[in-house]
Design a protein around this ligand. Structure first.
Ligand code: UDP
Ligand code: MG
Length: 328
């Protein structure tokens, strides 16, 4: 099988060389043809220079340099576009982190599993080596919420190590923090997916680019994903349903207040609970729905324009095929 390994890289100066070595050690002896598509996501710590050196020295390395830092999803999306360029044979696209937290030695495992007839195989970090409170717990909750709301059972959506059939990868459109929803998108496109346990290591060099703040973006992406897939036929069901619940709650509050006044003789003037309830219930719901509509409108705009969420500065290592797609 022909394997294109896509790696988004941002300020990983001390990781890139060991990474390329590890990928060579893992894929070199395997039966697969392979290339490494390293996407430099606007690094500022000298990573870019090292990557250029690697692209010049090693035949299997291709380099895509983005103009600035666009984020992991955009960088991955750029890599996927190159991994699905015309002229490549059928095969697999593998995504993996550039910090060696995923183990390159696991790549043949996911690729061989893919060859059994799956559209996607994703890793499950059974022994995830990250902080519990700030990383593992939010992930656990997010995975549960996502499984529950999408009906797609998955233990570790956040694991970057995945193998995707090339023709399926070519259909993916990613923005926001959506790289973590790839398994759901692939599943909804009707492909067979499975997960296998993979290794996970603590970071040796550099720092994680993320904190707990990312969870919010992930939740907004979830809203869009659920909306686009479940409610796209009839969006008013979602809004109508929430609106109906709010109306019922408001109505019930009105009836209770009236009863309290008529039968209990209660004085409702200045009752802070009443105001707080009305405000939180109605204003909050209105704002929530407006926010969701705004989120969806912006995503629809993104999709309809067909624009890429990144601009490419230059590429190297693609040989006669250069220059390549995405040059803005
Ligand atoms: N990354 C990127 N652009 C960014 C942030 C991260 O390309 O803006 C890359 C990063 O270099 C690494 C991968 O995405 O290869 C995962 O990032 P990180 O290790 O910081 O995430 P974590 O493992 O903490 O979830
Ligand atoms: Mg990491």
């Amino acid at each position: 099988m022909h394997v294109s390994v896509v790696v988004p890289i941002y300020n990983e100066r001390d990781n890139v060389e060991p990474l390329c070595d590890a990928l060579r050690n893992s894929l070199g002896p395997s039966a697969h043809d392979y290339e490494l598509i390293l996407v430099d996501d606007g690094s500022t710590d000298g990573t870019r220079e090292r990557l250029r050196g690697l692209a010049a020295e090693r035949e299997e390395v291709r380099l895509v340099e983005l103009r600035r830092n666009y984020g992991q999803t955009a960088a991955m999306s750029a890599g996927l576009e190159f991994a699905c360029r015309p002229g490549l044979p059928e095969g697999a696209v593998v995504t993996i982190d550039g910090d060696l937290q995923n183990d390159p030695a696991d790549i043949p495992l996911v690729v061989d599993k893919l060859a059994e007839g799956y559209g996607m195989v994703h890793g499950w970090r059974r022994n995830r080596q990250d902080k519990w409170l700030s990383r593992k717990l939010p992930s656990l909750l997010a995975n549960r919420l996502i499984s529950w709301s999408t009906g797609f059972k998955c233990r570790d959506l956040g694991c970057t190590l995945k193998a995707i059939r090339r023709d399926i990868a070519a259909d993916l459109r990613l923005y926001g923090e959506m790289h973590r929803f790839i398994p759901i998108m692939v599943h909804w496109h009707g492909a067979r997916c499975t997960e296998i346990p993979t290794h996970h290591h603590p970071r040796l060099h550099g720092e994680s680019k993320y904190g707990i703040g990312r969870t919010f973006g992930v939740l907004m992406d979830l809203v869009t994903i659920v909306y686009l897939t479940r409610f796209s036929q009839n969006p008013m069901r979602l809004f109508g349903g929430l609106g109906a619940v709010a109306t019922l709650l408001g109505g019930a509050m009105g009836v209770v207040s009236l009863a309290m006044k008529l039968f209990g003789g209660a004085d409702l003037t200045g009752n802070p609970l009443l105001y707080a309830g009305c405000f939180a219930g109605l204003a909050g719901l209105q704002l929530l729905l407006m926010g969701m509509i705004a989120e969806m409108a912006s995503r629809t705009l993104y999709e309809s324009q067909g624009s890429r969420p990144y601009a490419i500065e230059s590429t190297a290592g693609f040989g006669a095929q250069e220059p390549l797609p995405g040059r803005a």
